[in-house]
Design a protein around this ligand. Structure first.
Ligand code: OSB
Ligand code: MG
Length: 369
């Protein structure tokens, strides 16, 4: 199949409630959508980049430029036998994996539509439904955190993840654990600590957390390897894992026991599958992270999460937790068991609501060979 044309759009989508992590607060998403044309069909991708370069080095503005000036020209007019060839076409670009993943994921959707199969099937998915958790942003008070937990536990979510940062960690988790001693709970620090905080991190062992996600630097593996043996709680790496090579190094050094897979962070489905296969062979559990995605990114996450080895509940949850109205139809919904059934339709398996997208679009650009 030849990649004939790429359409870029940026949409603005306000969150139903602001989301706060250790690196900042998000009120409204600025999302790049990628539509890739080939063989008379098209596929959709969503760039999972943040508005600011605070989670990683990428940001919406820069990703737009990288896709338009580099990723686009490298893939347009090229014949690909499989979407797995797309990362090869853009390998000269260092980093910028979220920009590259947006196009790579769109080609996977396109290929699934070309073959008339669901994307999860093309990827090799085996699970009928995926296990879902929620990631709760920081709130001003413990009482407000407790109200959020109550809502999500009642909705059936299988795991509650709480964002932490210095000053909102041990005491807060102790207060929340006191009210909810039995739920599956984890914490995510988004790189807010250093090895100087070992004593505090050790104390979190008291709370029988499923994991502590990315406590140390976004680009670190070595210090995490020094930390993990000092904790009973499993470390899960998010920011530090950009490739299967990173996953191998982290596991070989004992820097973590669990890996969070995010399509954007690792450059798309091709690399995500390599990480999944590497971890699955070694019985290392993985789960699908989230980046406050709209429906297209969410549908890609659901397809990936059906692969074997995605055993732990992911951060993939119902559309209504994020948006008044999603850009896909139907919106993503979660069963009372805290699962999302895999969709039955071809490609992403959800209809893309182009009318809604048009109404949200603030800029468009067409890239052609
Ligand atoms: O670290 O998992 C993270 C959101 C933005 C950036 C980083 C992260 C997150 C989340 C939200 O935790 C997950 C979601 O609900 O999409
Ligand atoms: Mg994280």
């Amino acid at each position: 199949m030849k990649i004939e044309r790429i359409e870029l759009r940026e949409i603005r989508l306000p969150l139903v409630t602001p989301f706060e992590t250790s690196f900042g607060r998000t009120f409204e998403r600025h999302i790049i959508l990628v539509k890739v044309f080939g063989d008379g069909l098209h596929g959709w991708g969503e760039c999972t980049v943040g508005e600011n370069p605070f989670y990683n080095h990428e940001s919406t503005q820069v990703a737009w430029t990288v896709i338009r000036d580099f990723v686009g020209p490298m893939v347009l007019g090229r014949e690909v036998e499989s979407p797995e060839q797309v990362p090869q076409l853009t390998r000269q670009i260092r980093g910028n994996k979220m920009a590259r993943a947006a196009v790579e994921c769109a080609v996977w959707d396109l290929e699934a539509r070309r073959r008339g199969v669901p994307l999860w099937q093309l990827l090799g998915g085996t699970q009928q439904e995926i296990n879902c958790g929620v990631s709760l942003g920081l709130e001003a008070s413990d009482a407000a955190m407790l109200m959020k937990i109550e809502t999500e536990v009642a909705a059936g979510y299988q795991r509650i993840k709480i964002k932490i940062k210095p000053g909102r960690d041990y005491e807060m988790i102790r207060a929340l654990r006191k009210e909810y001693p039995d739920i599956v709970m984890s914490v995510d620090a988004n790189s807010a600590y250093t090895l100087d905080d070992v004593e505090l991190l050790k104390k979190l062992d008291e709370f029988s957390l499923l994991m502590i996600e990315q406590p140390l630097s976004y680009d670190d593996i070595i210090d995490h390897a020094a930390l993990q043996p000092q904790l009973n709680t499993a470390i899960c790496l998010d920011e530090s894992i950009l490739s299967v090579d990173d996953a191998r190094k982290a596991l070989q050094l004992g820097a973590c026991r669990i890996i969070n897979v995010k399509l954007g962070r690792v450059g798309g489905h091709t690399e995500a599958r390599k990480i999944q296969a590497y971890c699955h062979e070694r019985q290392v559990p993985v789960w699908c992270g989230g980046m406050l995605e709209a429906g297209i990114g969410r549908a890609h996450n659901i397809a990936m999460s059906t692969l074997p080895g995605f055993v732990l509940p992911g951060d993939v949850s119902a559309s209504k937790r994020y948006w008044a109205e999603d850009i896909i139809v139907p919106p993503v919904e979660v069963t009372p068991r805290g699962t999302i059934p895999r969709p039955t339709g071809v490609g992403l398996g959800y209809e893309v609501n182009e009318k809604r997208i048009d109404a949200l679009t603030v800029r468009t650009e067409v890239i052609e060979p």
